[in-house]
Design a protein around this ligand. Structure first.
Ligand code: FE2
Length: 309
């Protein structure tokens, strides 16, 4: 018998006389000790060194915005369920972009390249957005020095030790959103009036396969948000984590949990789950920022928790 009186102090309980290996693998905890693991919170953070390193164009490869140390996570992660990274591809070189995630969302910061996804091909240019299905062989061949930004749900799959389904069973297909088409579609949105229940003019990216849910992947959402000169977004919060790429804004900043985060070119900002936040444009030109959230997951679980302050 245990000599510990408080159930919260008890060690794991093991099976007494397991009859086989499957029984031997069982473990037991109790209502006192099972729920007292303290995970470190998701920090508010703006990554500026990683984009600077990427734009220095030293070598072809990925530069992760990795907070796995602070998150006490065993694999690279920017938030518990998403990984943001910059990709550098030197002119004439090719980067394998086959990743272990359901999907990754990409933005071309600079350069021109050819993209191959399975047996499909596309030409990429600055400002293009594209969606890659995980597990499907893909590669980017740079015609000139390229820097891209990508967010995938790699940590979600690592957490669950799962692999993406591919081919006809894949959750997403390859989708290309060329820069000129994005600009046109954003113009259509600008031609309408924003009402009080929206937070400014934003273009939400979706795809044929996820149109019904209005998401870009089952668990992730992508939005190109804009702020007119000298304007700001009202403070709000949601339980989804957000990863934001600063596309344009001179000067612009975000308030995250009452901490001011100044934007710098192509910086990546983390908005932790349930943190109060707002984005601000102090400049004379339009601010633009690309936001990936694990919002599809929370929306499906009915736990989005969106509130204005
Ligand atoms: Fe938000």
């Amino acid at each position: 018998m245990s000599t510990v009186n408080d159930m919260a102090e008890m060690p794991v309980q093991l099976p007494r006389e397991p009859a086989n290996a499957a029984e031997a693998r069982s473990r037991y905890f109790n209502s006192g000790n099972a729920f007292n693991i303290k995970l470190p919170p998701v920090p508010g953070r703006i990554f500026t060194d990683e984009p600077a390193q990427a734009l220095a164009l030293q070598q072809t490869g990925f530069i992760n915005c990795d907070l796995s140390g602070e998150l006490e996570c065993a694999f690279p992660a920017t938030t518990p369920l998403m990984l943001a990274r910059y990709a550098v591809i030197k002119a004439g070189e090719t980067l394998d972009t086959t990743l272990n995630n359901t999907a990754s969302i990409w933005y071309v910061i600079k350069g021109r390249a050819g993209l191959t996804v399975g047996d499909e091909k596309a030409s990429l240019g600055k400002g293009d957005v594209f969606l890659l299905p995980g597990g499907t062989p893909s590669a980017i061949a740079a015609a000139e020095d390229c820097v891209l930004w990508a967010v995938g749900n790699d940590p979600q799959l690592r957490f669950d030790q799962s692999v993406p389904r591919t081919g006809e069973a894949a959750a997403v297909r390859f989708v290309h959103y060329p820069a000129a088409e994005i600009e046109y579609q954003l113009g259509v949105v600008y031609g309408t009036n924003a009402n009080a229940s929206t937070s400014g003019h934003a273009l939400i990216f979706s795809a044929e396969k996820t149109e019904a849910a209005r998401n870009i992947t089952p668990t992730m959402t992508l939005s190109l948000n804009t702020l007119k000169p000298k304007s700001s977004q009202p403070p709000h919060k949601h339980n989804s984590a957000a990863i934001t790429l600063a596309v344009a804004g001179d000067p612009a900043y975000s308030m995250v949990a009452d901490v001011k985060c100044d934007w710098s070119p192509w910086a990546t900002l983390i908005t932790p789950p349930a943190a109060k936040h707002s984005h601000h444009n102090d400049g004379d030109s339009r601010a633009e920022f690309l936001i990936v959230q694990d919002g599809g997951l929370y929306y499906h679980a009915r736990t989005m928790g969106f509130e204005f302050y």
